[in-house]
Design a protein around this ligand. Structure first.
Ligand code: MG
Ligand code: ZN
Length: 230
């Protein structure tokens, strides 16, 4: 029997996702068994994913939370080096070795998890490859997702890339200190995000406001809420 080429393509794609989801569920089980809550951080290149983690880390550590980070990068270890200074477990996955993938998938995370003593952690952050498209469609075994969106990216990003905004638990609206210099207002950006996903939690953030307590109270509250699901 001849299967039309188009149908063959569809079945190859669905097999890829099936295989990925199977490994993702194994990853999640391993994390659950180790009591580790994993957060997949996604966003455009330059949206501030790494600097967000850099600002967040001392606050988490000071509050007694033990965290580790897995970085997905196409070719460099620059991001990983920025987090190593906190003396926490940091694993770098260079996706170039997997064919230059523009996203992390579950099998890459499986390898990364083998390199970390999960029993020593409460939280695992996974910084995905900077990209608003395919990271959204790959389950990597995480418990929650965050999209870091910089105010400088323009208000059209949520409507241009709806999938990632539909498949996240939280948006960190980053670099809000730059708002006075832009023609866009924070409320307009919030409206654009909510047009795509009405219920989405958004935390306004900037490295300059790291010490404003409210941001961190929001954060700890958020993580506490999430941890209940493990
Ligand atoms: Mg980065
Ligand atoms: Zn990709």
């Amino acid at each position: 029997m001849n299967i039309p080429v188009e149908n063959q393509k569809i079945s190859v794609v669905s097999n890829i996702f099936k295989a990925n989801d199977h490994i993702a569920n194994e990853n999640r089980k391993l994390l659950n068994d180790s009591g580790v809550f994993a957060i997949n951080i996604m966003g455009s290149p330059g949206s501030g994913k790494t600097s967000f983690l850099e600002s967040l880390m001392p606050k988490l550590l000071n509050n007694g939370l033990k965290a580790g980070v897995i970085f997905g990068d196409i070719a460099t270890t620059k991001d990983a080096e920025r987090l190593q200074k906190f003396g926490i477990p940091v694993v770098q996955i260079m996706t170039e070795a997997f064919g230059g993938a523009c996203h992390l998938d579950a099998s890459m995370i499986k390898e990364g998890l083998n390199k970390i003593q999960l029993k020593d952690l409460d939280l695992l952050f996974i910084e995905n490859v900077g990209n608003l498209v395919c990271p959204a469609i790959f389950d990597i075994g995480e418990h929650a997702r965050i999209v870091v969106l910089s105010v400088t990216e323009g208000e059209d990003k949520p409507s241009k890339y709806p999938t990632i905004f539909l498949r996240t638990d939280l948006v960190i609206l980053n670099k809000v200190d730059l708002i006075p210099y832009l023609s866009i207002k924070t409320n307009d950006l919030l409206k654009e995000i909510r047009k795509i996903n009405q219920k989405l939690d958004v935390i306004e953030f900037s490295n300059k406001e790291v010490n404003k307590t409210k941001v961190w109270l929001d954060w700890f509250e958020y993580i506490r809420k999430l941890k209940k699901f493990i």
